[in-house]
Design a protein around this ligand. Structure first.
Ligand SMILES: [Zn+2]
Length: 491
């Protein structure tokens, strides 16, 4: 009983969903009929991608999230139809310290699906096809009312003693205790708190592979470009999905020149050949010297979308190993040394802990303006969706592989090693593996068949990268003429 209040508070915010102990405690304050319903639900299982430590994720059975109206009145149960593996997932897979994930956490914060069940206060209709936001926001606190959704004060109950309450960031799916320990989206089902705030309905004619990245990557990349103005020269460190999408947003916003930096040729090929931007391989070129050759005046904007704080030099590898720093400053240093005076530096990489060797003198001498932080996804995704719908932004060029959710452990390995051209993996949950209580065999068969047909049709469109490229190139000239309403409008 003593933890009942805390557990119910947790249920109100939706975190820790699906854990047997919490469910058992919560039942103490529910009616008899609800208890019976919950027990029936607890018997259900689903498949999910579960964290088990550094370099170890597994596809396994876990309890399916439950919905109880008295607790989850503003929540929705989503049957996931598509999800993906994000860069921060891979970074946490490589570095167990990064997010503080613990054994049993379900990963994933980029997903979409069908609304299967809603709480009594939810307006979103059952059956809606929605994308779910990475960050979980209440829509009710002062920050949410100001559309600063990533700073929501209500959805992350984790507080540090002695810390001001307003220092707390929002909750987020699948990002461990620092973000409220919500179950992630690499699963067959997810319970989404404050569903009317955190779900974006998607038009029927926008296919999943175009819509999924509205959950995170597309708005995050747009957020990274908030200081880009027409005619700017922009350097982007990291040609992963966010970096590649940021490059496209820079084109839409009218940047004069875009320079992509990566150590992986597969990714640089996309930058060069599909987006038509300059590319630098940091393994073969000195980045700051090469940028100085290309743009002697320096960059107007530098965007750090690289592997967060990963050390390059022996010195910083040693410092990390000794616990003297959690993140390395090398990319930040390259950014600062490449910027002009009063240039803008945007960090979107997800840094951890502290860094040593921050180039404070050059930072000060050049009057650098630096911004950092999570994307207020729900503020930006309507605009981003409009650009997906009108064809300006087709994100399929960053999706390198289509796989089933069961293959996620293999995908993690490939992404971590940057092998076989792995950049962004689009994952489909398998059809239900067993008939669940209340379901009829013919319903399961129908779902399984439709799922297989869908997967097959998606596999067929994977091999159309050059069409995507041509769309980008054709629309580029037109888009440069469009007023850069994005960043100036939103910030
Ligand atoms: Zn809020």
């Amino acid at each position: 009983m003593m933890n009942a209040a805390a557990n119910i508070a947790g249920k109100l915010f939706g975190h820790g969903s699906g854990t047997t102990n919490e469910d058992a405690t919560m039942q103490e304050n529910t009616s008899e009929s609800t208890i019976q319903e919950s027990e029936a639900n607890l018997a259900r299982k689903m498949n999910a991608v579960v964290y088990h430590g550094k370099g170890d994720v597994r596809y396994e059975k876990v309890p399916k999230p439950i919905m109880v109206d008295t607790i989850h009145g503003k929540d929705a149960l989503i049957r996931v139809t598509a999800t993906s593996i994000d860069g921060i997932d891979v970074a946490a897979y490589n570095n167990s310290q990064l997010l503080g994930l613990v054994n049993g956490d379900i990963l994933g914060h980029e997903f979409m699906g069908i609304v299967e069940e809603v709480g009594i206060d939810v307006l979103l209709p059952v059956g809606s096809r929605v994308v779910v936001s990475l960050n979980i926001s209440c829509g009710e606190c002062d920050y949410c009312k100001s559309k600063l959704f990533s700073a929501c004060s209500k959805t992350n109950p984790r507080l540090t003693p002695g810390q001001v309450i307003d220092a707390q960031t929002c909750g987020a799916f699948g990002l461990g205790p620092r973000f409220g320990r919500y179950q992630g989206g690499q699963a067959e089902y997810v319970r989404v708190p404050f569903a009317d705030v955190n779900c974006l309905p998607i038009p029927d004619d926008v296919m999943d592979e175009k819509a999924l990245l509205l959950s995170n990557v597309i708005p995050t990349a747009y957020h990274a470009c908030r200081n880009v103005r027409e005619g700017d020269v922009v350097g982007i460190w990291g040609m992963g999905p966010v970096g590649l999408c940021a490059a496209r947003w820079c084109q839409v916003l009218g940047a004069k020149r875009i320079i992509g930096i990566s150590g992986t040729e597969d990714r640089l090929d996309i930058a060069r050949n599909r987006l038509g931007i300059d590319a630098i391989n940091y393994n073969t070129d000195n980045v700051t010297e090469r940028i100085a050759e290309l743009e002697q005046r320096g960059l107007d904007v530098a965007i750090d979308a690289a592997n967060p704080g990963a050390p390059k030099s022996t010195s910083h590898k040693l410092q990390r190993a000794l616990g003297l720093e959690a993140s390395a400053p090398e990319v930040i240093t390259e950014c600062v040394m490449s910027l002009r005076k009063f240039g803008n530096l945007t960090l979107i990489a997800g840094y951890d802990g502290t860094i040593n060797g921050f180039p404070i003198l050059e930072f000060e001498r050049r009057h650098i303006n630096m911004t950092i932080g999570l994307s207020p996804t729900q503020k930006l995704w309507h605009y981003c969706l409009s650009k997906v719908v009108d064809g300006t932004f087709d994100p399929r060029y960053v999706i390198s592989h289509y796989m089933s959710l069961a293959e996620a452990p293999e995908a993690y390995k490939k992404l971590a090693a940057h092998e076989d051209g792995f950049i962004k993996v689009f994952l489909r949950p398998e059809p239900p593996s067993a008939i669940e209580p209340g379901e009829q065999p013919d319903q399961v068969d129908a779902y399984r068949q439709s799922s297989e047909a869908r997967l097959q049709s998606e596999m067929e469109v994977v091999d159309t990268p050059m069409e995507v490229q041509r769309e980008v190139q054709v629309t580029e000239t037109v888009q440069v003429q469009v007023p850069p309403q994005g960043a100036s409008e939103y910030y």
